[in-house]
Design a protein around this ligand. Structure first.
Ligand code: M6R
Length: 622
């Protein structure tokens, strides 16, 4: 939540900051702002409500010069989205400017104390309190900026990634993090700062991921020529110097651009065959009928001895977890519980050292999932992570894990990450089952082979793109949708409903098909579209009866059927055909038309598909 960018170097900062904000806009887009120190030592802060485009328009006639600057795109927590509450925030003297991602929990207390000392606040945000506190400490104790930041952060309770500049020292940015990500990019005579590496990779592949509790000093010394006069120092809040690890980021620019598609979401839906191939590369060997996950080799004892698996995740990742439960239980015969990380962390759950906790997260930064990991760790569980964002906080907090390797996901609605997560969960369940000897060899081989064919099957499903687009036009009138599925298709129904509601703002519910008769059936009338996953599997006849029940009440059925099914085609209003696939692999193909359906409904309704209202891609607040 909230995107942070910074630049310190020899080029004009403004274009770099704006480009960076556009790359980070997926993290929040309520307002945007920039702070620049110009040649004359003036600190200019410009900010507007709404997206980065508004900021660009607003600043068209302003002084945008300066080779040092910080910029921010906001997802509002404290204070409504407005220009006043947008970041950066000045300190009272206008000497300092700050940007912040996270929540300062004790801001009201600190603010009250500063007001008593005569400090005047301009905004309703929790962020402003940090910059005012830093300035107050600097003045009162005659401290330099770094020391004042250390003293201030010592008093701050909460989560933050911050960057501060001081107009009296235009060669320095101070940045700090606690529970919110921050990356420093090291170029040739220039520094970059970002909430993730996406605003940086265009300029350098050398990065330092800041650790929790660290403060970074990015400094240029124009009189020094060695290392282009650059100095990067990292200290703890208590001032102890920290070791720096410079890493190489391996993201290519094309991965974070739209590549000719009108939206990132559509691009990411269409990328799935390639993404899943990448996800399985080096892990599935069809010739040898074998799945290899390095985590299962390196941590064989811990994973094999699990008496129970607990899956913690949020949103779409939680839906992937529900599929993981069915896979692990059926292949490995271990009990699995799936928990919303946000609930798990607050309810004193029973967790023991005999548990393996699987934490699933695309961003690797979800605050609730991180907190759930922390709790499980404290109780002795072994933690296995399934993440996409490389080097993010969750993979660093886990004991081991597997990256899904589907490339950066920019659209706020998760698509390729979901199929990537389910692919890794399938490989995990297969590898564990093989190691435990809980799966018949021929069944194991069949699933391994079937999984390796999934990218091709998704390619086939994507051919229904036009048909789904037409169908979406027919249903844009609807105010409610019901999604039904059974067994492996039930989480798919939940995921289809979530996709629709988050980008088209149509109310949608996912239900196990057989539960319909226990309540939701009352909702059905001729205005109610019901999406039913009715493929040819063990539940087919039962789901067919559910469809009859809906039709008897004049509901409009959109059925996902197995290619060649003419029984359902006769009774459903619309059918989308899916290739024949083993039941346990069905979620990987059945989800795709539902992603397309939600995408096209949202497009028809003129909604902002990639950046739906009120949402952000990575939820780093509770
Ligand atoms: O990054 P994570 O996978 O931890 O994110 C979890 C949820 O916030 C995320 O899946 C959210 O539900 C998406 N907007 C769904 O499309």
């Amino acid at each position: 939540m909230c995107g942070i960018v910074g630049y310190l170097g020899k080029r004009e900062a403004f274009p770099i900051l704006i480009k960076g904000l556009r790359r980070l806009e997926y993290r929040g887009y309520d307002s945007a702002g920039v702070a620049l120190i110009n040649e004359a030592g003036g600190l200019n802060v410009y900010k507007t409500k709404g997206k980065v485009d508004n900021l660009v328009e607003y600043t068209s006639d302003k002084d945008k010069t300066g080779t040092i600057g910080i910029a921010h795109t906001r997802w509002a927590t404290h204070g409504e989205p407005s220009a006043v509450n947008a970041h950066p925030h000045y300190s009272q003297s206008h000497n300092l400017a700050i940007i912040h991602n996270g929540i300062i929990e004790n801001y009201a207390d600190l603010k009250g104390k500063l007001i008593e000392k005569g400090v005047e606040f301009k905004s309703d945000t929790d962020t402003e309190v940090v910059v005012q506190l830093v300035e107050y400490i600097m003045n009162k104790k005659q401290l330099d900026l770094l020391t004042a930041v250390q003293v201030a952060l010592y008093q701050v309770i909460g989560a933050y990634a911050i960057a501060i500049i001081d107009k009296r020292d235009p060669l320095q940015i101070i940045a700090a993090r606690k529970q919110s990500p921050l990356v420093v990019g090291i170029g040739d005579g220039e520094f970059f700062l970002g909430s993730d590496a996406s605003p940086i990779i265009e300029y350098t592949d050398k990065v330092v991921y800041l650790e929790d509790g660290n403060i970074a000093v990015l400094r240029l010394d124009k009189n020094r020529s060695e290392n282009s006069g650059m100095e990067l120092k990292v200290v703890s809040i208590l001032g102890e110097e920290q070791e720096l690890t410079v890493k190489k980021v391996d993201i290519d620019l094309g991965q974070i651009e739209k590549g000719g598609y009108p939206h990132f979401m559509l691009k990411e839906i269409f990328e799935q065959p390639e993404c899943l191939t990448n996800c399985m590369r080096g892990r599935i060997n069809v010739e040898a009928d074998h799945v290899t996950l390095s985590a299962l080799i390196d941590y064989r004892r811990q994973l094999l001895s699990a008496k129970r698996v607990l899956i913690v995740a949020c949103g779409t990742s939680w839906h992937a977890g529900l599929i993981g439960k069915q896979l692990i239980e059926s292949f490995c015969r271990i009990p699995v519980e799936v928990e919303y990380a946000s609930e798990f962390r607050y309810r004193n759950p029973v967790v023991t050292k005999d548990d393996v906790v699987i934490a699933i997260s695309q961003s690797g930064e979800t605050a609730d999932t991180l907190a759930a990991i922390q709790l499980a760790k404290e109780r002795g569980a072994f933690i296995y992570g399934i993440c996409n964002a490389i080097g993010s906080s969750i993979p660093r907090a886990t004991d081991t894990g597997t990256y899904i390797h589907v490339g950066p996901e920019i659209g706020v609605a998760s698509t390729k990450a979901f199929t990537g997560q389910v692919t890794v969960l399938t490989m995990f369940a297969l590898a564990l089952a093989e190691a435990k000897g809980t799966m018949a060899r021929d069944e194991y081989i069949k699933v391994v082979k079937g999984l390796s064919e999934v990218p091709e099957l998704i390619r086939e499903v994507l051919k229904s793109n036009e048909k789904v687009a037409d169908l979406a036009r027919t249903f844009t009138y609807a105010h409610n949708f019901l999604y039904l599925g059974r067994g492996f298709s039930y989480p798919v129904a939940l995921e289809g409903a979530l996709k629709l509601k988050e980008i088209s703002y149509i109310h949608a519910e996912g239900y196990p098909a057989a539960e319909m008769k226990h309540g939701p059936i009352a909702l059905i009338d001729s205005d109610m579209p019901v999406v039913v996953i009715a493929t040819h599997n063990t539940m087919y006849e039962k789901v067919l009866s559910n469809i009859q029940e809906i039709k008897a009440r004049k509901g409009r059925v959109i059925a996902l059927v197995t290619k060649g099914d003419d029984k359902i085609a006769k009774i459903a209003d619309e059918v989308i055909e899916l290739p024949d696939v083993q039941e346990c692999l069905e979620p990987l193909v059945a989800t795709v038309p539902l992603q397309l359906l939600s995408y096209y409904v949202a497009v028809c309704k003129g909604k902002d598909v990639d950046q739906p209202r009120n949402l952000a891609k990575s939820v780093t607040v509770e």
